[in-house]
Design a protein. Structure first.
Length: 110
């Protein structure tokens, strides 16, 4: 059985460096115009990074796999929350261990 590939789109450089060093992803509560939620969740997209408009180059971000089960099945989004096997909640963040398999984001600016 093949592991599912997930991705997150570009974020600030320091966050990506921390993700690469720790092989860990963090997620806070949802924040949106409807008030969001107070439950911290690691959030990602299912599948590989999408292609840019040239249809050859992948968008900027990371691809990863994890042995931690998602909260529930969704064909586009993946969420990990709650204190359970593989998910730790501390300091207002949910945290999971991952294996980052690809980073297309530039890490050094300037």
């Amino acid at each position: 059985m093949t592991e599912t590939i997930y991705h997150r789109l570009q974020t600030d450089t320091e966050t990506v460096k921390k993700q690469l060093a720790s092989q860990e992803l963090w997620g806070g509560p949802f924040r949106n115009y409807m008030g969001g939620s107070d439950i911290p969740k690691v959030k990602a997209y299912v599948n590989q990074l999408p292609l840019t408009n040239d249809r050859v180059t992948k968008r900027s971000g990371i691809e990863f796999t994890t042995k931690v089960e998602t909260d529930s099945y969704h064909p586009v989004f993946a969420y990990w929350s709650g204190d359970r096997e593989g998910v730790v909640t501390e300091d207002g963040y949910a945290k999971i261990k991952v294996t980052i398999t690809l980073c297309t984001q530039e890490l050094d600016k300037g």
